[in-house]
Design a protein around this ligand. Structure first.
Ligand code: CAA
Ligand code: NAD
Length: 283
């Protein structure tokens, strides 16, 4: 199957990035969110990213316009009736995602593939909310999407080989590198990354060192581009907590228990960079 039209659900930090790279690769893209203010915010980020490319001489003003012309805002799931692929990037919550997939299944054409950008939730369970589990797959982009090369491709129990191949090929057209993984909580990326971030939060919680010191140790000592607490703020503390809860519940192992400090920050609405405050304060 040839993918031409893509719908991205959720115009947050991941959805806007996914919409941008799809439009840059020549796909017609619908960017959907609950309210026009949210899609406007997503378009604002895309516009800023493309303008930076123009300023750096990597893209002409005309190319930028062509890319923006391939992008359309949507606040109506009925728009899924004319796409070949949906990539869902709404919040990391099983109830929200299964509801979205059940709705999309009723609207999207029979041939359409339904992909989720979930960070950790089982693709098999999301697929079970539809009548087309063979056409449901995980397409896990990394943040910031325009920069990071990896896309983890996750097969659910029922995902067909043909659908897997279509998504692997489509990922390459985005100039990304697909890596195949099986459907287990957190896949590979967040099974390895998130316990490290959670442990860094415990290190702060137990008073082993200041937040700046913890980040500096990991940046200068391990050559990480960002310290783990800065990275947690960048990902979103709500997303980090959801992922830890998925690992904890999915494996039934207390080594994945989320740090109480992480819970406290999320309860306070300190979700990181996107809300202006997490471990650090952002202007
Ligand atoms: N959107 C688009 N482009 C961005 C960007 C953003 N949010 N942030 C930075 N960039 C671009 C910059 O424009 C710049 O581009 P050029 O080189 O083409 O000029 C380039 O990235 C480098 O940026 P900077 O020089 O400003 O800053 P930097 O060198 O510190 O790099 C970074 C920024 C790429 C974000 C780097 O700090 C980094 O790699 N951090 C770690 C990111 C990471 O680990 N991501 C994975 C998170 S986990 C995940 O995504 C999975 C999950 O499920 C939670
Ligand atoms: P975000 O909070 O920035 O954006 C989520 C967006 O989804 C919001 O704009 C929200 O209004 C919208 N939304 C919620 N319910 C919706 C619905 N029913 N229909 C349409 N839109 C809806 O979150 P994010 O960081 O972009 O994360 C989105 C997804 O991507 C999550 O599943 C997350 O786990 C995953 N992910 C996040 C990262 C990261 O670093 N933040 C990396 C990879 C994957």
């Amino acid at each position: 199957m040839k993918v031409e039209k893509v719908m991205v659900i959720g115009a947050g930090q991941m959805g806007s990035g996914i919409a941008q790279v799809c439009a840059m690769a020549g796909y017609q893209v619908l960017l959907n969110d609950l309210k026009p203010e949210y899609t406007d915010r997503g378009f604002g980020v895309i516009n800023k990213n493309l303008s930076r490319q123009v300023e750096k001489g990597r893209m002409s003003e005309d190319q930028k316009k062509e890319i923006l012309n391939r992008l359309t805002a949507s606040t109506d799931f009925q728009d899924a009736g004319r796409v070949d692929l949906v990539i869902e990037a709404a919040v990391e919550n099983m109830e929200v995602k299964t509801k979205i997939f059940a709705q999309l299944d009723e609207i999207a054409p029979a041939h359409a593939i339904l992909a989720s950008n979930t960070s950790s939730l089982p693709i098999t369970e999301i697929a079970a909310a539809t009548k087309r589990p063979e056409k449901v797959i995980g397409m896990h982009f990394m943040n910031p999407v325009p920069v990071m090369k990896l896309v983890e491709i996750i097969r659910g129990l029922a995902t067909s080989d043909q659908v897997y191949q279509t998504i692997e090929d489509m990922t390459r057209t985005l100039s990304k590198v697909p890596v195949e993984v099986n459907d287990f909580p957190g896949f590979v990326s967040n099974r390895v990354l998130m316990p490290m971030i959670n442990e860094a939060i415990y290190t702060l919680y137990e008073g082993v060192a200041s937040k700046e010191a913890i980040d500096e140790v990991m940046k200068l000592g391990m050559n990480h581009p960002m310290g783990p607490l800065t990275l947690a703020d960048f990902i979103g503390l709500d997303t980090c907590l959801y992922i830890m809860e998925t690992l904890h519940e999915g494996f039934g192992d207390d080594k994945y228990r989320p740090c109480p400090l992480l819970r406290k920050y999320v309860k306070a609405g300190w979700l990181g960079k996107k809300t202006g405050r997490g471990f650090y304060v952002y202007e």
